[in-house]
Design a protein. Structure first.
Length: 116
């Protein structure tokens, strides 16, 4: 079992920045991929960024150049630095952890609202 605790969401003006964190506990020795997804009202959940290892990152085209994913394996934590935020980035952001077994665990979600 893996437990995930997210933090860092909130309300920000367009062009602003936020940093999300997701701390994992439990069966953390078997974590393979850490990443972030988001779901806007009325839309399907979509990939934002994933990090299969400390040197590999994947980003959705819509966030490339603005968002940066990173992970601290010593703290079992994944971060999402979000810069130049746009209203269309408004969504609930979910942390995802995939174990080497293939099992997925989701965080509880944190709301990000970009509005003036």
């Amino acid at each position: 079992q893996v437990q995930l605790v997210e933090s860092g969401g909130g309300l920000v003006q367009p062009g602003g920045s936020l940093r999300l964190s997701c701390a994992a506990s439990g069966s953390i020795f078997s974590i393979y991929v850490m990443g972030w997804y988001r779901q806007a009202p009325g839309k399907q959940r979509e990939l934002v960024a994933t990090m299969p290892s400390s040197s590999i990152t994947n980003y959705a085209n819509s966030v490339k150049g603005r968002f940066t994913i990173s992970r601290d394996n010593a703290k079992n934590t994944v971060y999402l630095q979000m810069n130049s935020l746009k209203p269309e980035d408004t969504a609930v952001y979910y942390c995802l952890v995939t174990l080497y077994s293939g099992r997925n665990y989701w965080g509880q979600g944190t709301q990000v609202t970009v509005s003036s």
